[in-house]
Design a protein around this ligand. Structure first.
Ligand SMILES: Nc1ncnc2c1ncn2[C@@H]1O[C@H](COP(=O)(O)OP(=O)(O)OP(=O)(O)O)[C@@H](O)[C@H]1O
Ligand SMILES: [Mg+2]
Length: 500
């Protein structure tokens, strides 16, 4: 039997008779009952399980082009910003230190894509003219402490220095092997050997910085020495720089911005990118003025601009004729409502395509976009709800229980009563009604509930609360939390709401 399996699979790989010739009893034996046999029925023209899906493919040409990881080579409606960046950074190619730059703009306005595009252009031009200019990109959402930023930078330069030295070592070895000093800077072979030994001992000393454990000033000095190893201009791009400041203050920026006075051969310049327009409020004034020597703003896209962006990307990602005419305008319109977010627009277009593909439609149509919009919105809600702190989850659960039991115009007192009982049930701390009111306001800001203040005349004012998200889906997410999941039967709590 073993042999047969082996042969069978070999046939699939090599023979053009393909899947259809695979011996029958082979599949029945391995996957009895799975029905592969039916799928692989007799005859060379029979379609396999995946054939239909593969050959179908009327929708996508290259889906990767729509993913966030793809860096587009053309960025419509960003010429202005890209030119501003280039105008500042061109100094680096002339051997001068570029001003530091801060780039601002709301999420999805093309900051990261533009910065990456510009840095690739800068590096390729520097190679073309053979000027030492390098760009280092750091995403501070991931690398969010001074230690990590400095260590990551130090290690990148140590790596580059190693390559640099290894190349020179290889050159010297060629000279030694050839036995000729013609066209070299050396007078004797001994001098070559001595240089080689020096470089090799230098290499041996170049250890990378460990990801934790060193005192920060040692990491700092190592980074400084690594950059200053030979002459070069370095642009450090700190994307999501606000996350770094939020997590670990402005020490990193302070230290980086003073570093040029300590280099003897190199210079650095910093390009900070942020979608939080206010983050500089938290900076030391010296850091603020040094970092913000130049500022570039990325305004939100309007619907027409989003349409161009989508049009452009869709030509590479979809088969021709796969999109009906209203798909791109509708995606653009939805995303324009979300403060002109190109990421959202691209997500919508990709998801609409995936829904069409799954529904085995030949083209993507308006209804797929609408469904995609609902799906993305639901995904967002699920993510927000899933990551809420436990106390907020309990408050939200109380609101859901009330709604599910037909209570309208829910007020804070009602929520609080159910909340209290839920807390007792799962042995959580009970917060004050005032704190619960705050948590309701937070849920309101997150768009999960809607709380309007209504005046009750001489009885003062109260909040009327309603859910802004789909009840059942939200409840499922809440109950997937191990603590809330232990609430067996919540009905009695709701019954009891009139007791208080
Ligand atoms: N002008 C444009 N042309 C083509 N694609 C664009 C354009 N602007 C943005 N995009 C695409 O939209 C998505 C979001 O852009 P990007 O990541 O650059 O946004 P961002 O401003 O950095 O947002 P955030 O602040 O959330 O990091 C990416 O997939 C990017 O390729
Ligand atoms: Mg970004």
């Amino acid at each position: 039997m073993d042999d047969e399996i082996h042969e069978g699979s070999r046939e699939v790989e090599t023979g053009d008779s393909g899947v259809a010739d695979t011996p029958r009893d082979r599949t029945t034996d391995i996957t009895s009952g799975l029905g592969l046999d039916e799928v692989l029925e007799d005859g060379a023209d029979t379609q396999g399980l995946f054939d239909d899906l593969l050959s179908g493919e009327p929708i996508f040409e290259n889906k990767e082009v729509l993913r966030p990881s793809y860096t587009p080579q053309e960025l419509p409606h960003r010429n202005n910003q890209i030119n501003q960046m280039a105008t500042i950074l061109v100094s680096a190619l002339r051997g001068e230190t570029p001003s530091n730059v801060l780039i601002y703009g709301k999420t999805g306005t093309g900051k990261t894509a533009s910065a990456k595009f510009v840095s690739e252009e800068l590096e390729s031009t520097s190679r073309k003219y053979d000027v030492p200019c390098e760009v280092e990109y750091i995403n501070c959402e991931v690398t969010d402490t001074q230690y990590r930023v400095l260590a990551q930078l130090a290690n990148k330069f140590i790596e580059k220095n190693r390559t640099h030295i290894e190349e020179r070592v290889a050159n010297l070895e060629t000279i030694l092997d050839s036995g000729s000093l013609a066209d070299t800077e050396f007078d004797t072979m001994t001098a070559v050997k001595e240089r080689l030994e020096r470089l090799e001992s230098e290499l041996a000393e170049m250890d990378p910085v460990p990801m934790t454990g060193w005192p920060t000033d040692r990491v700092y000095t190592t980074f400084l020495k690594a950059v200053d190893h030979h002459e070069r201009m370095v642009v450090i791009m700190l994307d999501e720089i606000d996350k770094l400041v939020e997590k670990s203050g402005d020490d990193t920026l302070y230290n980086l911005s003073r570093m040029n006075s300590e280099f003897t051969r190199s210079r650095i310049s910093i390009m900070g990118i942020s979608n939080d327009l206010k983050f500089t409020d938290f900076l030391d004034p010296r850091v603020k003025s040094s970092l913000g020597e130049e500022e570039i703003v990325f305004p939100p896209y309007d619907a027409n601009q989003l349409r161009d962006i989508l049009q452009h990307r869709s030509e590479m990602s979809f088969k021709s004729g796969a999109l009906t005419d209203d798909v791109i305008p509708l995606c653009a319109a939805f995303a324009a409502q979300e403060h002109g977010d190109a990421r959202r627009a691209l997500d919508l277009l990709r998801t609409a395509g995936e829904l069409a593909e799954r529904g085995q439609a030949d083209t993507v149509a308006e209804n797929h976009v609408r469904k995609a919009q609902d799906k993305i919105e639901l995904d967002r809600v699920v993510e927000v709800v899933r990551t809420l702190p436990t106390q907020s989850k309990i408050v939200l659960f109380a609101i859901i229980l009330l709604e599910k039991n037909g209570v309208h115009n829910i007020n804070t007192g009602e929520v609080f009563n159910i909340y209290k009982r839920l807390c007792e049930e799962i042995e959580a701390d009970v917060l004050t009604q005032r704190r619960v009111t705050d948590l309701i306001s937070e849920l309101d800001m997150l768009g999960i509930v809607n709380a309007v203040v209504v005046s009750k005349g001489r009885y003062g004012r109260t909040k009327e609360i309603s859910l802004s998200v789909p009840t059942d889906e939200t409840e499922v997410v809440l109950l997937s939390d191990s603590r809330l999941g232990s609430v067996e039967d919540a009905e009695p709590f709701v019954q009891a709401r009139f007791d208080n």
